[in-house]
Design a protein around this ligand. Structure first.
Ligand SMILES: *[C@@H]1O[C@H](CO)[C@@H](O)[C@H](O)[C@H]1NC(C)=O
Ligand SMILES: *[C@@H]1O[C@H](CO)[C@@H](O)[C@H](O)[C@H]1NC(C)=O
Ligand SMILES: *[C@@H]1O[C@H](CO)[C@@H](O)[C@H](O)[C@H]1NC(C)=O
Ligand SMILES: *[C@@H]1O[C@H](CO)[C@@H](O)[C@H](O)[C@H]1NC(C)=O
Ligand SMILES: *[C@@H]1O[C@H](CO)[C@@H](O)[C@H](O)[C@H]1NC(C)=O
Ligand SMILES: *[C@@H]1O[C@H](CO)[C@@H](O)[C@H](O)[C@H]1NC(C)=O
Length: 540
């Protein structure tokens, strides 16, 4: 009978405590017991059974299509030994968590292959806070025949996971953050990809837009996915490029783009930038090994994407955007590229706060209608195309506006800058901060770091929308000519910078943002709901 931790607890509840496992479950490596329900052993067909040494002793090992189970071979049950059941406990790993198998040999410097020791399985473990970790488990048996039989069976099972990539095109931005992307890739990512037998083709990008221009032309035949090693800017550029390419291949005109076609290849994002909002939102944690393992395991999720266009012309694809304070902060930071990333971000925030001024805008939006709403309206006999009268319009002075298709998790906002959005529930969050005093605005910004509702201010409004149109009313208001400003600051005062996924987008005229559900597939795991953990922020 199976007895995980769950099982023993149930038993303790039902029948008396005599067999309840002590809390410190002695020799059992708990890390190997996934929290998920144990797969049903009885229903599975046994593929192989044999003896291996695992951990400290000989074990009776059973391989089924879904799991590898083992239990120590112990002498006869000593009468009344309460520890027997615990020592005899069955352990298992699910094969869907195995990403590689190797024959384990004693290292020998001269010989090509040393003495066989057994088999090593490489597995992906779930840790706390959405983190994944690679680990190994050794099955020791010196018999070549025995090991060879099992090894081939493991290989066959692994080959059956057809969703896992075998070949990846990698774009590495060596300039991101503290120029660490190269090191991160070669030290943490590549060894795991190699271990998993994934072929890679690495391009180190040389300038902003390089990946975009390469992806227009380069041959992607034979690749199962594209991976970007960098920050949000690099990841968004590659996503944009993949989507542009998909439109081109499908012969879809990008002007007046209403229904773009989906990107053909999934995109993996290895967080190596100064902001890693996309990776953080995908994986629940901006963690390199976690991101790599999701790619290796072929965990794929469809993600909503926005198009940004002006006067019917597509500007770009992206996941999130801000203007007002969020755009100006980025524009200021970009002007101070010579500073270190953290330095220039702090500088820009302080500077933008000092010069805080609202934008005079007209924002129109189409509220989100769930498919349920649509069905109800259909049932009521409403025609399908009555969208035009659903548009709503708000006008006024806005300090900061966010339009986000993904939750935008980041270190200063662990629940996300748009905590009510999901990666792919077909809607985006429109969050509007109306003009208020500087102290009140700062209070709102600080609230992102806490568990309290950051939107519960009278000057903040949130909407769930499908489409947004932004029209700027007056682009020179508030500029005081008596201030002694650097020329670029005057220019900045008059400019209307957008921050799209951490990239600066300067637009002179109206911007039309439209959500496209599940337009791209990204490697990543479904994240657990964040519990209200205590998070403090001392950035402001
Ligand atoms: C405002 O700006 C900050 C900082 O740039 C950003 O993180 C935040 O999400 C923006 N949006 C709103 C609605 O406050
Ligand atoms: C998306 O999810 C959030 C959180 O569950 C919810 O508030 C929002 O209404 C959802 N949107 C849709 C379109 O289901
Ligand atoms: C914005 O609010 C501040 C503080 O309440 C006020 O001093 C300022 O005049 C307002 N600006 C505009 C353009 O309404
Ligand atoms: C634009 O701003 C200027 C300077 O603040 C003001 O005099 C003018 O009335 C504004 N125009 C509109 C259309 O709001
Ligand atoms: C903003 O002002 C500049 C000059 O100050 C002008 O060239 C530009 O057309 C204006 N843009 C809008 C949207 O009014
Ligand atoms: C969140 O809290 C619930 C109930 O308290 C718990 O069952 C769950 O495991 C927690 N999840 C995380 C990610 O901590």
């Amino acid at each position: 009978m199976l007895r995980g931790r769950r099982g023993s607890r149930v038993r303790a509840l039902e029948g008396g405590p005599e067999e309840e496992a002590p809390p410190a479950a002695a020799a059992v490596p708990l890390a190997l017991l996934p929290s998920a329900q144990q797969p049903e052993a009885t229903a599975e067909q046994m593929l192989l059974r044999g003896i291996f040494e695992i951990g400290r002793g000989s074990c009776d090992v059973v391989l089924t299509e879904r799991a590898l189970r083992w239990r120590p071979i112990l002498p006869e049950r000593p009468a009344g030994d309460p520890k027997f059941d615990l020592l005899h406990k069955e352990e298992f790993i699910e094969l869907k968590d195995v990403f590689s198998v190797k024959l384990k040999r004693r290292c020998s410097s001269k010989q090509q292959s040393g003495t066989l020791l057994g088999i090593t399985l490489f597995i992906c473990l779930k840790k706390e806070q959405n983190k994944l970790k690679d680990s190994t488990i050794d099955l020791i048996n010196l018999s070549e025949d025995h090991c060879d039989l099992w090894f081939r069976q493991f290989k066959k099972i692994l080959a059956g996971f057809s969703n896992r990539p075998k070949s990846l095109k990698i774009f590495l931005n060596p300039q991101s953050h503290k120029k660490e992307a190269t090191q991160i890739y070669y030290e943490k990512v590549e060894p795991l990809l190699k271990l998993a037998g994934i072929k890679t083709d690495v391009t180190i990008t040389e300038y902003e837009g390089h990946a975009l221009s390469l992806l227009k032309e380069c041959e992607l035949q034979g690749f199962d996915g594209v991976v970007c090693v960098g920050g949000d800017g690099s990841a968004s550029e590659v996503a944009h490029a993949l989507l542009l390419r998909a439109q081109k291949n499908a012969g879809v005109e990008t002007d007046c783009l209403l229904t773009p076609v989906r990107a053909q290849l999934p995109l993996g994002v290895i967080p190596a930038g100064s902001t890693n909002v996309l990776a953080h939102s995908l994986h629940g944690v901006p963690h390199v090994v976690t991101a790599t393992l999701h790619i290796i395991m072929g965990h794929i999720q469809p993600v909503d994407v926005c198009t940004f266009s002006t006067m019917g012309k597509l500007l770009r694809f992206g996941f999130s955007a801000m203007f007002g304070f969020g755009g100006r902060t980025l524009a200021l930071a970009e002007k101070h590229r010579w500073m270190s990333p953290n330095q220039r971000r702090d500088f820009a925030v302080i500077k933008a706060l000092a010069k805080l001024k609202p934008e005079d805008c007209e924002i129109s939006f189409l509220p989100f209608k769930s498919s349920q709403d649509l069905q109800e309206r259909k049932a009521q006999g409403s025609p399908k195309s009555d969208c035009s009268d659903q548009w709503q319009m708000i006008q006024g002075q806005f300090l900061n506006v966010s339009i986000m298709a993904i939750p935008c998790l980041c270190s200063v906002a662990p629940r996300g800058l748009a905590p009510n959005t999901r990666l792919n529930n077909g809607s985006m969050a429109l969050i509007i901060v109306r003009n208020t005093s500087r102290p009140e605005f700062i209070k709102h910004l600080k609230r992102y770091a806490s568990v309290k509702n950051q939107f519960s201010f009278p000057f903040v409004e949130t909407y769930t929308v499908e489409e947004v149109k932004v029209q700027r009313k007056n682009n020179t208001s508030g500029h005081n000519p008596e201030e002694k400003n650097e020329p670029y600051e005057i220019a900045l005062d008059n400019s209307f910078p957008w921050n799209v996924d951490g990239d600066l987008m300067e637009v002179a005229s109206d911007v039309h943002v439209r959500l496209h559900p599940r337009l791209i597939s990204l490697y990543g795991g479904g994240t657990e709901e964040m519990n209200d953990s205590k998070v403090t922020c001392n950035c402001l």
